[in-house]
Design a protein around this ligand. Sequence first.
Ligand code: HEC
Ligand code: HEC
Ligand code: HEC
Ligand code: HEC
Length: 123
Amino acid sequence: MRVVFRSTFLSLALLAVFLLVGVAQAAEAPKGPVVIKADGAKMAPVTFPHAVHVDKVKVECAKCHHKDADNPKACKTCHDIKEVKDKAPKIQDAFHKVCQTCHKEQAEKGAKAPTKCNECHKK
Ligand code: HEC
Ligand code: HEC
Ligand code: HEC
Ligand code: HEC
């Protein structure tokens, strides 16, 4: 009896640990750079490094993942390339607002934040 009880307790404890780890992983930023290119985009894709922004510049997840910071999805899930969809601005306007606003401020202060088209849109 005692052994059975103990192993049940152990498996429940292990299950709890797995669940917690699972939740933590769901909210982790991708380790390597992500390449952003909407379907039908004319410009070269933009390579975005989370590490620089999250670890070095210390930007909060919710600053960019403003609707789903707990479990972020690609911006194009809601933002369309051609039209305003359910009030969500077009991809170009959404990205340029978030990325360029900060980069312009930071570049004025001397940071190496890209502000020219071909510094973000790279072949
Ligand atoms: C700080 C980085 C950054 C800079 C600087 C920047 N962009 Fe973008 N732009 C992006 C990101 C990120 C996207 C979303 C990527 C995508 O959808 O392919 C985007 C999307 C676009 C799009 C819509 C998608 C497409 O390719 O058709 C256009 C057009 C565009 N940018 C043009 C420009 C032009 C022109 C400039 C310079 C005047 C510029 N961008 C400067 C980051 C930047
Ligand atoms: C400076 C803006 C910014 C910050 C801060 C940021 N992200 Fe992201 N994240 C992005 C962009 C842009 C993408 C690519 C989205 C796309 O492909 O449309 C992305 C993609 C992701 C993805 C992949 C989504 C998918 O399914 O394609 C995950 C997961 C993610 N981010 C988690 C996080 C977490 C967790 C944090 C905070 C620790 C964080 N991000 C902070 C901008 C940011
Ligand atoms: C789950 C849907 C969803 C996702 C995912 C999403 N957005 Fe949005 N976004 C919206 C909606 C809806 C709006 C319209 C305004 C509002 O309701 O906040 C919006 C508005 C915006 C605005 C304009 C805010 C303003 O104050 O003018 C920006 C910029 C923006 N999104 C950037 C992004 C970026 C960058 C990503 C990806 C990192 C992203 N969004 C992911 C739904 C989404
Ligand atoms: C809150 C401010 C902030 C926001 C928002 C932000 N950035 Fe940045 N970004 C920076 C700063 C500061 C740097 C320079 C970091 C350094 O000192 O190396 C940088 C650097 C970069 C670099 C160069 C990375 C490298 O390896 O040198 C790229 C590419 C970039 N950002 C893309 C983006 C894109 C795309 C977005 C929007 C999805 C974005 N950033 C949003 C502040 C920001």
